[in-house]
Write a protein that binds this ligand. Structure first.
Ligand code: FMN
Length: 381
C-alpha cells in the first residue's frame, strides 16, 4: 500500500476528519471540485431529512500550499451542521439522554453493543453510520484529481433500484455522463428513472426501504496495475475490499463475473494488436481486469447495496437492556441511498486505483509519475 488514510468522526459529532498520506507533491487540487463531489453524495431521490440540513464542505488543514500538494500528509475536516441539534446527546462531553436500546436489525447496534459492552447502542451507531462516507468521498476526490492528471477518468451510474433495472452496456457516453449528474437517480435514462421512482415511492409508502446496484467505470488505465504475484495484491481483491468497506454494500462484481451461466467463449475477450493501438480487445467482459491486474480496457465494477435497515415500519427486535421483545427504533433515515452509494463507490475505486498507480509508477512528485507512465507506454507498445 503506497497511499493510506485514516478517518474519524461520529454521525452527529462535531465533525468528520481524514488524514491521507503518500500523495505525490505537485498535484493541483481544485477545492471547489472536492466540495462538488461532497454535494453529489448528498443528492438522490429517497434521502432523509439530514441531507437538507448539511451542506458538506471540506476544510483542508494540512498538506496543501497554494492549491498544490506538498507530499506531506493531507488533513481535512468536514463539520457536521446537525451537531448543533444533537450536542446534548453526542458531544464529546455528553453522556445522557434517553438510551438507544431498541436495537435495529441490519445495523451495528446489537453486535457493536455486545462487542464493546455498551448499554446504549448510540455508542456504536454514531460511528457505524454511513455519514462517514463523506470523508471517503473527499479522499476519493483527491484521488480522482491525481488520476485525471495521469489521463484516467472515472464515472458511476445506478444500474438498478429494487426490481427497476437500467439495462446498460459499456461506459456512459459524454451526454450520458451529463444526464447522470443531472438525474436524481444517477442514471442516464428517463425511462429507468421513472421506473425507479415508482419503486422508491412504493417502499416509502409501505414504511420500508430499498437497495440496488451501482457500477463504476474508469477509463485510461494502463495495463499492469495490481499484480498476480500474491493474493492480497491482486487489484480485484483490493477493489473488493474497498467496495465491501462501504456500509450496506454486500456484493461486488467485476466485469461479467456473475455470469457463470455463460460458456467461456462468451465470457473471455479475444486479443488483437495493431501498430497504432498496441494490444487491444473488441469486447470487455472481463471488466478491464485479468490475473489481478488492469489489462488496458476500461475498468467496470458493480456494487450491490442492501435495502436501508432503518424503516418507518420497523422489524421486531429485543431491547438491549431488558431483553424484552420490542419494535426496532426508528430514527430519521433515508428510504433509498443507492444514488449516493454510487458516488461513494466511485470515490473508493478512485482511491484504490490511485494507490495502484503510485505503486506501479512511484514518484514523490507528479512530473516523475507522468514521465514513468510515458516511458512504460512506449515500452509496452
Ligand atoms: C450513502 C449511504 C447512506 C445510508 N443511509 C442510511 C440511512 O439513512 N439509514 C440507515 O439505516 N442506513 C443507511 N445506510 C446503511 C447503513 O449505514 C448500513 O446498512 C449499516 O451501517 C450496517 O452496515 P452493513 O449494512 O454494512 O452491515 C446508508 C449507507 C450508505 C452507503
Amino acid at each position: 500500500m503506497t497511499l493510506r488514510y485514516l478517518t474519524a468522526g461520529e454521525s452527529h459529532g462535531p465533525g468528520l476528519c481524514a488524514i491521507a498520506e503518500g500523495f505525490p507533491a505537485g498535484v493541483t487540487i481544485d477545492l471547489a471540485a472536492v466540495d462538488h463531489d461532497l454535494a453529489r453524495r448528498q443528492k438522490g431521490y429517497g434521502r432523509g431529512g439530514r441531507m437538507k440540513i448539511e451542506t458538506d464542505k471540506a476544510q483542508f488543514v494540512a498538506g496543501l500550499r497554494g492549491g498544490l500538494t506538498t507530499g506531506a500528509p493531507i488533513a481535512l475536516v468536514i463539520w457536521n451542521k446537525d451537531h448543533e441539534n444533537w450536542k446534548d446527546l453526542v458531544s464529546p462531553a455528553a453522556r445522557g439522554g434517553k438510551k438507544f436500546t431498541a436495537v435495529r436489525p441490519g445495523h451495528a447496534d446489537l453486535p457493536g453493543s455486545l462487542k464493546y459492552g455498551f448499554d446504549d447502542a448510540r455508542d456504536a451507531l454514531e460511528r457505524a453510520s454511513a455519514r462517514n462516507t463523506a470523508t471517503l468521498v473527499a479522499l476519493g476526490s483527491l484521488a480522482r484529481q491525481l488520476l485525471a492528471a495521469c489521463g484516467v477518468r472515472l464515472c458511476s451510474r445506478v444500474v438498478s433500484i429494487g426490481e427497476a433495472v437500467h439495462a446498460v452496456e459499456g461506459p456512459p457516453t459524454e451526454a450520458g455522463r451529463a444526464a447522470i449528474e443531472a438525474s436524481e437517480f444517477h442514471v442516464d435514462s428517463p425511462a429507468a428513472e421513472a421506473a425507479m421512482k415508482v419503486v422508491v415511492d412504493r417502499e416509502r409508502e409501505r414504511g420500508s426501504s430499498v437497495g440496488g446496484t451501482v457500477e463504476v467505470w474508469a477509463e485510461g488505465l494502463p495495463p499492469g496495475l495490481g499484480t498476480f504475484v500474491h493474493p492480497d495484491r491482486r487489484l480485484d481483491a483490493r477493489l473488493g475490499q474497498a467496495l465491501l468497506g462501504v456500509q450496506a454494500i454486500k456484493a461486488v462484481e467485476i466485469g461479467d463475473g456473475t455470469r457463470t451461466d455463460w460458456p467461456g467463449d462468451r465470457v473471455h475477450d479475444a486479443i488483437f494488436h495493431s501498430p497504432e493501438r498496441g494490444f487491444y480487445r473488441n469486447t470487455n467482459r472481463a471488466g478491464g481486469l485479468e490475473g489481478g491486474m488492469t489489462n488496458g480496457s476500461p475498468l467496470r465494477v458493480r456494487a450491490f447495496m442492501k435495502p436501508i435497515p432503518t424503516m418507518l415500519t420497523p422489524l421486531p427486535s429485543v431491547d438491549l437492556l431488558t431483553r424484552q421483545a420490542v419494535q426496532a427504533r426508528y430514527e430519521r433515515s433515508d428510504v433509498c441511498a443507492v444514488p449516493a452509494a454510487a458516488v461513494v463507490c466511485e470515490a473508493v475505486v478512485a482511491w484504490t486505483l490511485a494507490d495502484a498507480l503510485l505503486e506501479k509508477f512511484g514518484g514523490d512528485q507528479l512530473g516523475d509519475l507522468q514521465a514513468a507512465m510515458r516511458h512504460y507506454a512506449d515500452r509496452i507498445r
